[in-house]
Design a protein around this ligand. Structure first.
Ligand SMILES: Nc1ncnc2c1ncn2[C@@H]1O[C@H](COP(=O)(O)OP(=O)(O)O)[C@@H](O)[C@H]1O
Ligand SMILES: C=C(OP(=O)(O)O)C(=O)O
Ligand SMILES: [K+]
Ligand SMILES: [Mg+2]
Length: 587
């Protein structure tokens, strides 16, 4: 490290001295196709110019073998086999190719989550998504059987092990809000203007009468009143309640559209959402607890909780998980999709390990025109409190049916990227749409383009992040990361390196949204998979010691052997173990 400059905070005296005592708790589908609307051809959409590299590039070297984290373009599949011995380094195979082909600075920073459903549950389909940049696979316990979900998890794990990806798994609970039944097996049903449909709390076995929909909530027929407005999926289809006959509620379709299995139902009276009974339903239902047990047993990386109302339920779940899963640490994501969750936003996010702007249901509870402001607030609060945030639902809704997005959808995706959300999510587009891979490619290319635009325009926002450290050592970590990120921008370094046991220092760097990518080295596979959700982090699995000098030498050697860095690259390194910022050229 001949050209290295080391800066130390006043707290540490030299790189080899003991760091400060660090008690870190590191912490229709409605085809909204208007007559004469022009749709641009698929080829008009910018494609990533990333070639698959030759297989020899990817041969596992004697010391190095790779695994996942995701980015990039139409990349080649990865090398087989993953080792985890102490002399190796593991990085997502897709990211590795992208780093080699495009260089550090152009790697994708925004992470991508894909909901897995019938369109994407096969091994090859999952692999295509991994190659296309999926960082996290989401399974929605609203749909499918546990056995079905188990097979998906098993395939994702097998992909990671055999092909070198590091796709994390997020399990999303059903929650106990009111929704329709599964349409007797049909994938959708069209409700036309003026038709009368029956919504019933009766359960139907195989033969569902025509224009009849089962409702999951026993109190439904009692609670609704004639004249109420019934909204499916927040207004994708609308009905008016015209008659109640015992368990059956007759409704007139006033806004036509496509009904999807298990679609969410809300009812409105005199322009307000009726929520008295809803509010009494538990956030985590008994079925959800069984699903959570399933998720813990399967070792999922994230559990997303639907319709969170307060921080209490998050704390409750976190203590449940802590008592039950000894070695793996499952992150809890709060879905912000109700009025109550907006009211208690800060305390919910503070209690959680991350949040999701679940615009589908949120848009059913607040007027649609308020959703963009709510999104911006949620993204900002998450950033301030240092929690990853996912922007979800209808990002590319038209791509369920069409191979290209609308301009409006591209603008929406761009806005989420511009807000520097950690992750974007596909729902129906990847679960049951016709073009899952194309939808993912659109998220990828829009993310890359907007991120580049941001950097080119040097739109550094002034860093007005509030202090969040809860102890003196936390505050030191925070200051170090803020300073390191600022130095990285000013010096235009190629990458930030962070050695982190719990991932906390890595997330503090990510929070600053620096111009360069952040290589996060961590020794556990579960931390590494969790870091997959955070903006700009490229997680590597690496065994490291408390001696930064030797960690850096080892990392440089391993990365150089893999052609991932070269002599002269400028790097800034920070770590959990040592309160220092080191700036150096790769020797
Ligand atoms: N595991 C699954 N099995 C069958 N269909 C699924 C599954 N997951 C998702 N889907 C389909 O994809 C659609 C969009 O998924 P998502 O947004 O997660 O659920 P929802 O529409 O219920 O909020 C669902 O409405 C459903 O039709
Ligand atoms: C992501 C959401 O939740 P789900 O798909 O589970 O309804 C949403 O409502 O936007
Ligand atoms: K759900
Ligand atoms: Mg929802």
């Amino acid at each position: 490290m001949s050209q290295s400059l080391q800066l130390f905070t006043s707290c540490s005296r030299s790189p080899n001295h003991q760091p400060l005592p660090n008690g870190h708790s590191y912490s229709d589908l409605k085809p909204f196709l208007l007559p004469g609307r022009r749709r641009f051809p698929v080829t008009a959409f910018p494609k990533l110019a990333i070639k698959a590299s030759s297989s020899s590039d990817l041969e596992p070297s004697p010391v190095l073998v790779s695994e996942n984290g995701g980015a990039g373009g139409a990349l080649s599949p990865a090398p087989a086999a993953v080792s985890s011995d102490s002399s190796s380094i593991e990085v997502d195979a897709v990211t590795e190719v992208e780093l080699k082909e495009n260089g550090f600075r152009s790697t994708r920073r925004t992470k991508l989550v894909c909901t897995i459903g019938p369109a994407t549950c096969g091994f090859e389909q999952l692999e295509a998504l991994a190659v296309g940049g999926m960082n996290v696979a989401r399974i929605n316990m609203c749909h499918g059987t546990r056995e079905w979900h188990r097979r998906v998890i098993e395939r994702v794990r097998r992909l990671n092990e055999e092909k070198g990806y590091a796709v994390a798994i997020m399990m999303d609970t059903e929650g106990s809000e009111i929704h329709m039944g599964d349409l007797g097996g049909a994938s959708s049903a069209k409700a036309e203007d003026g038709e009368v449909w029956t919504f019933s709390v009766r359960a139907f076995d195989s033969t569902q009468p025509e224009r009849t929909i089962n409702v999951n909530y026993d109190g439904f027929a009692e609670d609704v009143k004639v004249g109420d407005e019934l909204l499916v999926d927040g207004g994708m289809v609308r009905f008016e309640v015209i008659e109640k006959i015992g368990p059956d509620v007759k409704c007139l379709c006033t806004d036509p559209g496509l009904l999807l299995p298990r679609a969410n139902l809300t009812f409105w009276r005199d322009g307000s959402l009726v929520r008295e009974r809803n509010a009494m339903l538990p956030t985590i239902s008994s079925k959800d607890w069984l699903d959570i047990d399933f998720g813990i047993a399967e070792g999922v990386d994230f559990i997303a909780i639907s319709f969170v109302k307060s921080a209490e339920v998050i704390n409750h779940l976190k203590s449940y998980i802590a008592a039950r899963s000894r070695d793996s640490d499952i992150a809890v994501i709060a879905k912000i999709e109700s009025i109550d969750s907006l009211k208690n936003l800060e305390e919910i996010i503070q209690a959680s390990d991350g949040a999701m702007v679940a615009r589908g249901d949120l848009g059913a509870q607040i007027p649609l025109e308020q959703v963009p402001a709510a999104q911006q607030t949620i993204v900002q609060v998450c950033r301030q409190l240092n929690k990853p945030v996912i922007v979800a639902s209808q990002l590319l809704e038209s791509m369920i049916e069409y191979p290209t997005p609308t301009r409006a959808e591209v603008a929406d995706v761009s806005e989420a990227v511009r807000q520097r959300a950690d992750a974007l999510m596909l729902s129906g587009e990847s679960a049951m749409g016709q073009y899952p891979e194309k939808a993912l490619a659109v998220l990828r290319s829009v993310s890359l383009r907007i991120e580049k635009w941001w950097r080119d325009e040097k739109r550094h926002e002034p860093m007005e992040l509030p202090d969040i450290g809860s102890s003196f050592s936390d505050s030191i970590s925070e200051e170090i990361c803020n300073s390191a990120a600022k130095m990285a921008n000013n010096l235009e370094v190629d990458a930030l390196f962070v050695y982190t046991k719990t991932g906390h220092m890595a997330s503090l760097l990510s929070r600053c949204r620096p111009d360069c990518p952040i290589f996060a080295f961590t020794s556990t596979t579960s931390v590494r998979r969790r870091l997959n959700l955070q903006w700009g982090l490229i997680p590597f699995r690496l065994s490291f010691s408390d001696d930064m000098e030797s960690n850096l030498n080892k990392t440089f050697a391993l990365l150089k052997a893999r052609n991932l860095i070269k002599s002269g690259d400028l790097v800034i390194a920070v770590s959990d173990m040592l309160q220092s910022i080191q700036v150096m050229n790769v020797p």
